[in-house]
Design a protein around this ligand. Structure first.
Ligand code: FAD
Ligand code: A2P
Length: 369
């Protein structure tokens, strides 16, 4: 027989054991997370570009994976390794302008060192990280974090797997005759190599690439919306990255890029190189709004380019291996939707029925801000 006090004393004596078990479980899972960034696909086939055959007959779009399968498939993608209460302090490695002379505004490519993070801050292409700008808001509280799409692959720009890069436009607007600078985007565009920056995340599963090497990837980007697309294209076409990831992309990648001026086109040299190296796998269509005009005499936007290519685009969409990614200005969404409706109509399809089917099949990916 045990007295009540013996039972209580016995229970208390077990607390360290319980804490020990929990701490073991926590360590086990954070170790697993830090092992994630390595690619698991290790196929031996040599890289050989093949032309993607146009779908000869429309395939039903709703047939693909249901939502539950899509969710299960992404269960191992790392999220929230660092949260706002305990961010990782990453060191800035480089911060340089992506714009050419005569461009509008300020857009920078910024790289942070992650190697001292413990647990390791790993991520995959298509995710975002949070940045907590230094200083306080008008109420004396620390600034809230802002999200930025990751512009590097999981192997980083130097392929060593311990950096993350962003593509940041400084927000600037006029109010009551005064120029207002966005808090976080200005902080990021001004930081110098060696500075420490509070980083959270990674977050996001909306913009992940499919695993299939013969998937087709249609990308609709405005401005810094190119960030995740840059990571995808490096994964597909950058020689050293391909050696690392062993992902032998065989599909068709089609980038529609919207920029105000030619001088504002981002990562242009890399994209031109991919076009030369992979003419059968990469297509690049630009809408340079302030230098080109649409058929109505207005600014050329990516939705105008989508309409011009309606037939070819919808042939691709009817193939269930095709995924569409939208990233950049929130304002482009209605225009893209309208263009897709008109383009679908030309093919005798109904976009308002088709889009939810694509979404359900995990083939319609949107991240606008
Ligand atoms: P803030 O100081 O927070 O100012 C923004 C506020 O200013 C707005 O909320 C609005 O109230 C006001 N404002 C803005 N424009 C005007 C105007 N014209 N007139 C009047 N008021 C105005 N940004 C990138 O540069 N690159 C990325 O890759 C990127 N990825 C993102 C990914 C996601 C998932 C999300 C949600 C956002 C992303 N952003 C990206 C946007 C980014 O998070 C910030 O919102 C952006 O940098 C502005 O933050 P800020 O602190 O500079 O501006
Ligand atoms: P514009 O500003 O000439 O109207 P950035 O982020 O570098 O400014 O680039 C964004 C690009 O997207 C610009 O070319 C901009 O054109 C264009 N854009 C602006 N509004 C829309 C919209 N509603 N739909 C599509 N593109 C847009």
């Amino acid at each position: 027989m045990y007295s009540q006090s013996t039972v209580i004393a016995g229970g208390l004596a077990h607390i360290p054991v319980v804490i020990g078990v929990f701490s073991f479980i926590q360590k086990f899972f954070s170790k697993r997370a830090s092992n994630f960034p390595q690619d698991t696909e290790l196929k031996k086939s040599p890289v050989k570009p093949v032309e993607q055959k146009a779908a000869s007959k429309p395939a039903p779009v709703a047939k693909a994976e249901n939502k539950a399968v899509v969710k299960k498939k992404h269960a191992d993608v790392p999220v929230n390794i660092y949260r706002p209460k305990t961010p990782y302090e990453g060191t800035v490695i480089e911060n340089y302008s992506l714009l050419k002379e005569g461009a509008i505004g300020r857009v920078n490519h910024i790289t942070f060192d992650l190697k001292d993070s413990d647990p390791f801050l790993n991520y995959v292409e298509g995710q975002s990280i949070g940045i907590m700008p230094a200083g306080e808001d008008a109420n004396g509280k620390p600034h809230k974090l802002r999200l930025y799409s990751i512009a590097s692959t999981r192997h980083g720009d130097d392929f060593n797997g311990n950096t993350v890069s962003l593509c940041v436009r400084q927000l600037q607007y006029e109010k009551d005759g005064e120029t207002i600078n966005g808090v976080c985007s200005t902080y990021l565009c001004d930081i110098k190599p060696g500075d420490k920056v509070k980083i959270t995340g990674p977050v996001g599963k909306e913009m992940l690439l499919p695993d299939e090497e013969d998937a087709n990837i249609v990308m609709l980007a405005t401005g810094t919306g190119i960030a995740p697309m840059r990571a995808y294209l490096r994964r597909m076409f950058e020689p050293t990255e391909k050696e690392k990831n062993k992902w032998n992309f065989k599909g068709k990648a089609w980038l529609f890029m919207g920029a105000p001026k030619s001088a504002n086109l981002l990562y242009e040299e890399d994209l031109q190189r991919y076009l030369e190296d992979y003419p059968d796998n990469f297509k690049y269509t630009k809408a340079i709004s302030r230098e080109q005009q649409n058929t109505k005499g207005g600014r050329m936007y990516i939705q105008d380019r989508v309409l011009e290519s309606a037939n070819e685009l919808f042939n691709m969409i009817e193939n269930e291996k095709t995924h569409i990614y939208l990233c950049g200005l929130k304002g482009m969404e209605p225009g893209i939707d309208e263009a897709m409706s008109r383009a679908a109509e030309e093919k005798g399809l109904n976009w308002s029925e088709l889009r939810p089917q694509l979404k359900k099949a995990g083939r319609w990916h949107v991240e606008t801000y």
